[in-house]
Design a protein around this ligand. Structure first.
Ligand code: P1T
Length: 389
């Protein structure tokens, strides 16, 4: 029987525990396992860097949600990105979506460059651009869709087709959508990865990362490096992530419902210059969003009239929206990418990309819709009183 995502989130990898029947996967807080005899580990467990039952349950559950055979968990989203690089060799090149999370940009430009892997940042929303930059040296295409923070979309199916013809692997960072709203493997991607810190965990109480794939060879390679390099999540974080996954579907619906109402409210506000949200008809890729995703997510970016000072007053005036980096938790957050999450990108490049100094990004939580709108309303009044009055 093939189960749907809501059911898989609660049951995949989570059979009742064998000894007691505990319905929740226990936190196997152990570094090692007593062996039955020399060279006879019980059930294959030897050491927790290599394998741990709590981690295994979480990996199986996320794999099921992404429609994958394999899941491999890491200590953070960045550790997951790093692990994907072990699929490459020095001299290989990577095409990367130009508007990626600031930490991903920093990783490719400041870390991978030291190991002879060159990244080319291209607008993957533009298929002609992708085609133009593909050549035999490009071994991997790294797509973030929607991007952080400008919410640009990539036609994943079309890019996978182009990449496949070029013999390049495609990795999709699915952090903003989660498998509840987008399943890149079904669209042809080889690997899907997440910062589990965000929607998968969902409660801003852990840092983690995970990838999923259907390719046995890639899974074996990733698992080898998970053990050999060691950036693994501990059992407690795996427990929290698995607990988060159980409510992923309902949380994502609530995030998206609130975000749609807030995006529409902001778009109609006279003090707001521009709102970017894939669920708005004004989003330049709204049609692709409807075709490729099963929901529009909880992330909104917008600019208010005035500049950085107005943005500062706004983000310092909200009471429910907490001024903080990160996203995807049940609580609403607000931030200024230029000085926070994307500060590691040089200013000229940020401006070139469209990340203005005063751009504001919100992660819409699952609080009451009207309470959130009321909070933004009072903060907007404070922020623009200087300019508009
Ligand atoms: O923070 P970490 O779990 O290591 O994940 C990195 C990462 C990867 N990919 C995307 C799309 C991300 O948004 C992130 C982390 N992002 C933030 C911390 C942020 O506030 O945007």
């Amino acid at each position: 029987m093939k189960y749907q995502l809501e059911t898989l989130a609660i049951h995949a990898g989570q059979d009742p525990e064998a000894m007691t029947g505990a319905v929740n996967v226990p936190i196997f807080q152990t570094s090692t396992y007593a062996q039955a005899g020399l060279g006879q580990p019980r059930l294959g467990y030897e050491y927790s860097r290599t394998n741990n039952p709590t981690r295994q349950a979480y990996e199986q559950c996320l794999a099921a949600l992404e429609g994958a055979k394999h899941g491999v968990a890491f200590a953070s989203g960045m550790a997951t990105t790093n692990n994907c690089m072990y699929l490459l060799q020095s001299g290989d090149e990577v095409l990367v979506s130009d508007d990626v999370y600031g930490g991903t940009f920093r990783f490719f430009t400041k870390v991978m460059s030291k190991f002879g892997v060159q990244a080319h940042f291209v607008n993957t929303s533009d298929l002609a651009e992708v085609e133009k930059h593909l050549n035999p040296k490009i071994k991997m295409v790294w797509v973030e869709s929607p991007t952080n923070p400008l919410l640009k979309l990539t036609d994943i199916r079309a890019v996978c087709k182009l990449a496949k013809a070029n013999g390049s692997l495609v990795v999709v960072d699915n952090t903003f959508m989660s498998p509840a709203f987008q399943r890149p493997l079904e669209l042809g991607a080889d690997i899907v990865m997440h910062s589990a810190t965000k929607y998968l965990g969902g409660h801003s109480d852990l840092v983690g990362g995970i990838l999923a794939t259907n390719l046995d060879e890639i899974a074996a390679d990733m698992r080898f490096h998970q053990n050999a390099v060691g950036a693994i999540p501990g059992p407690f974080d795996c427990f929290l992530a698995l607990r988060g996954l159980k409510t992923l579907a309902v949380r994502m619906q609530a995030h998206a419902r609130n975000a749609q109402a807030i995006a529409e409210y902001l778009e109609a506000h006279p003090a707001v210059r521009q709102v970017i949200y894939p669920g708005l008809a004004s989003h330049s890729q709204h049609a692709l969003a409807k075709a490729q995703m099963h929901g529009f997510g909880g992330m909104i970016s917008f600019e208010i009239k005035g500049g950085i000072e107005e943005a500062r007053t706004l983000v310092e005036s909200t009471r429910l929206f907490l001024l903080a980096e990160s996203l995807g938790g049940v609580e609403s957050l607000i931030e200024v990418p230029a000085t926070m999450t994307h500060a590691s990108i040089p200013r000229e490049r940020r401006l070139e990309m469209g990340i203005a100094d005063g751009l504001i990004r919100i992660s819409v939580g699952i609080e009451n819709t009207q309470d959130l709108i009321g909070d933004l309303q009072q903060a907007l009044e404070k922020a623009v009183s200087k300019t508009l009055v």
